[in-house]
Design a protein around this ligand. Structure first.
Ligand code: SF4
Ligand code: SF4
Length: 239
């Protein structure tokens, strides 16, 4: 009678795979502890002291068996071109916000989730944003704003851990939320930062800045003091 034999055979295959998993881990030196954090009884008995200090795991060609990323104790590496929301860059050296409030990014944004106002100085508008908003719930992460910005002022960031407990006000990012330093951008996007295009653009902007500075210095330089006129002789009337 063959009834039920298939069920037993299936269980035996599962049992074999189950035992082989342990055998493979012991043979490859992984032991019985897990890579990441978390709280399992097995971690208290066999857990390595370095548990949880291995934040980035890679699934490469040598990986065998089931591959579980124990997020958030572990995470997969984020690649440079991975993009989530836009950020606005200010230069670390002088603190200058690169955005000139030209509005191009707002015009090209497909779902129209960027809006801004231009700053005003004593002589009228100045090329800086006074307010700059992006609705993160509407942004579709397309990166067009960063592609079209003529001043390299808006870039795509890789931070994907954006959840919170409020779904309205805090999901509209203002200027202060969006600003990041050029140093941060260089660290998260080393390839783009060192690319010929970006280096040339930075040099061009630095040159323009220098020209503007020289012009401003020349305009504010005090003219040489004119020589004082000789005092007029005082005529004394005789009575
Ligand atoms: S981020 Fe760029 S495109 Fe958008 S307003 Fe600023 S300078 Fe213009
Ligand atoms: S990434 Fe796309 S959708 Fe998001 S703000 Fe930029 S242009 Fe708009």
């Amino acid at each position: 009678m063959s009834s039920g034999y298939g069920i037993i055979k299936g269980h035996l295959v599962t049992l074999r795979r189950f035992l082989l998993t342990f055998w493979r881990d012991i043979r490859t030196g992984k032991g019985l502890h897990r890579r990441g954090g978390g709280h399992q009884l097995v971690d208290f008995w066999f857990g390595s002291k370095a548990r949880g200090t291995q934040p980035t795991v890679v699934q490469d060609a040598k990986t065998e068996g089931l591959f579980t990323v124990e997020y958030p104790d572990e995470r997969l590496p984020v690649y440079e071109r991975f993009r989530v929301l836009p950020v606005l860059i200010y230069d670390t050296e002088d603190g200058n916000v690169r955005c000139t409030s030209c509005n191009i990014c707002a015009k090209v944004c497909p779902p129209q989730c960027i809006w801004m106002t231009q700053a005003k100085g004593p002589k009228g508008v100045v090329p800086l944003p006074e307010e700059f908003f992006i609705d993160m719930d509407v942004c579709m992460n397309c990166g067009l704003c960063a592609e079209y910005c003529p001043f390299d002022a808006i870039k795509m960031d890789q931070n994907f851990e954006l959840s919170n407990y409020e779904r309205h006000q805090t999901h509209i990012y203002c200027l202060q939320d969006l600003l990041v330093s050029s140093e941060f951008y260089a660290r998260t996007h080393p390839e783009a930062w060192n690319s010929a295009d970006e280096v040339a653009e930075r040099n061009k902007v630095a040159k323009k800045k220098d020209q503007r500075l020289q012009k401003a210095l020349a305009a504010t330089a005090k003219p040489a003091a004119a020589p004082k006129a000789a005092p007029k002789p005082v005529s004394v009337q005789q009575s």
